[in-house]
Design a protein around this ligand. Sequence first.
Ligand code: FAD
Length: 391
Amino acid sequence: MPQRLVELPPPLSQLTDDEVLLRDNVRAFAESEVRPLVREMDEAGTIPRALIDQLFGLGVMGIEIPDEHGGAGGRFFHAVLAVEELSRVDPSVGVLVDVQNTLVNNAILRWGADNLKRRYLPMLAASTVGAYALSEAGSGSDAFAMATRAARRGDAFVLSGRKLWITNAAEAGVFIVFANADPDAGYRGITAFAIDRDTPGFTVGRKEDKLGIRASSTCELLLDECRVDVSQVLGEVGQGYRVAIETLNEGRIGIGGQMIGLARGALEHAIAYVQQRQQFGHPIAEFQAVQFQLAQAATELESARLAVYNAARLREAGRPFLTEAAMCKLFSSQVAERVASLALELFGGYGYTRDYPVEKLYRDAKIGQIYEGTSNMQLQTIAKQILGARR
Ligand SMILES: Cc1cc2nc3c(=O)[nH]c(=O)nc-3n(C[C@H](O)[C@H](O)[C@H](O)COP(=O)(O)OP(=O)(O)OC[C@H]3O[C@@H](n4cnc5c(N)ncnc54)[C@H](O)[C@@H]3O)c2cc1C
């Protein structure tokens, strides 16, 4: 045998031992603890605190938080895998964990000064849910046009404004809030703050009544002369736009994880159903038309999965991943919608009812094309990169 001179890189979807362990643990948890609650949570529009406590106990609320702060000391890829596995069963639980890890913990880990890390990371790893508040009624895609203001008063900033669409807000104890501290400087005035829920002048407002991911809370935040010490600033004053851009670039890969998990859940339901549903004297899985539809869906899902894993691995390797993150979020959310739609169709009339799980996954899928940058915004990012690179 000739000696191999070059070491082969591992296949993209090959998981390391620790990744397999985490995936299997989260999958087992999702099956035993989340699955029985899915319909009830969707109908009640809430995730029970007891389940959130179990998620903390499992270690998935502080995956990248180092041991010294009470976290799991894991990697970004672990977070994506956890979100994928939870979303396979319930994308609402998936996004709770996603926002906690890829946006909130990530922002504090990367931008927080030591005092903020010491104070917040142990809480976020052990028991406190976090939320991330950038969007407003008048600024979504154009997020940096925000109207929330932060006026400097001595050792504090006084924040006034409203945030809209804030995931996890009903449960959260700490919020990353973006406000403009120097509107004349435009986006260079945007500043990120860590704010405790019980800060005077800070209120969690109305909860949205949504099409999908209904158990995930989405609320308005009201900041009325909310006084926040300067030590609560994440990064530098005026650097909030960087905090937002960099965390959201990573967050998008987490949403990719949510979307491939959702699509896999829907596809598994469909594969099981077509093998037992009989029409024309045969299981409908025996009809080639049905087989081809499932084969197409499985192929698209595999492509989306590779795109998500590649973006996550690039990020972890410290390589540029902006384009790949946008591509994986764009594509995986399209695939999730198509696969959930096919699954619903293959369930026939039953699929259209709440008695079967695919109707919910179909409703849940749509959000992937909206939050953390709409599909048009992902296309804009990708277009800028590919056209810029050619020049
Ligand atoms: C369930 C849910 C949870 C959310 N969670 C959070 C959260 O935790 N934190 C947070 O900060 N935000 C959150 N959001 C807000 C979300 O990120 C925004 O809704 C999203 O960025 C779109 O903004 P918008 O709703 O204002 O839509 P708009 O920006 O008004 O967009 C409307 C349409 O116009 C298109 N469009 C806009 N500008 C352009 C352009 N230049 N070129 C082409 N098309 C364009 C968009 O693609 C879209 O189709 C959440 C939203 C929802 C629905």
